[in-house]
Design a protein around this ligand. Structure first.
Ligand code: CO
Length: 188
């Protein structure tokens, strides 16, 4: 499947609100190929030359419904700095991931969120859990995994898993109070 900024469906397309269904495991060749192409999109999208050449919008994650496929598949590549300022890369090709626990403490990105399926900016805090535990099958390592995520990775996983229920980031923004004060929240 050709994946670029023109083929990714936008929020003007009602399919973006569809519920995604779990896939059967082991993955079919078709699902493996789709998930691999999604991962490749995310990987290449942060390379400025490739992004320009292939019409890719920079992303840290993509879910299958954004290609019009209502399956619980998502690819995520998040780069963060550890305490010693070394780059750590968290990358996953997930099938049927689900949040099995989430912290009471909240977190949000100070600059708000964006999405490949949303062309316009939507200002406001998207308040999520600061930490989540996600379980699912990871095609990248070919095993069932448990991800204990915090920080930016936790935000990205919650954003992507929201796509499975047809939820977009701006659904979480309170239009009447887009920049709420959230007690004890981690600001990223
Ligand atoms: Co999105």
């Amino acid at each position: 499947m050709l994946i670029n900024n023109d083929t990714i469906i936008k929020d003007t397309d009602p399919r973006i609100r569809m519920k995604s269904k779990p896939v059967s495991l082991p993955l079919t060749e078709e699902d493996k190929q789709l998930l691999t192409e999604m991962y490749t999109y995310v990987k290449e999208s942060t390379d400025p030359e490739l992004a320009e050449k292939k019409n890719l919008r920079p992303a840290v994650g993509i879910s299958a419904i954004q290609l019009g496929v209502p399956k619980q598949l998502t690819a995520v590549i998040v780069k963060e700095l550890d305490k010693n300022e070394n780059e750590v890369v968290y990358e996953y090709m997930l099938a049927n991931p689900r949040i099995v626990s989430s912290s009471v403490q909240k977190a949000y990105l100070e600059s708000g969120e964006g999405c490949l399926s949303v062309a316009e900016e939507h200002e406001g805090y998207v308040v999520r859990s600061a930490r989540v535990t996600v379980q699912g099958y990871d095609l990248l390592t070919d095993q069932k995994i448990t991800i204990r995520a915090r920080g930016y990775l936790a935000i990205v996983l919650q954003h992507e898993l929201d796509h499975f229920s047809g939820t977009l980031f701006y659904d979480h923004i309170n239009a009447g109070n887009p920049f709420p004060k959230v007690a004890d929240a981690v600001v990223i």
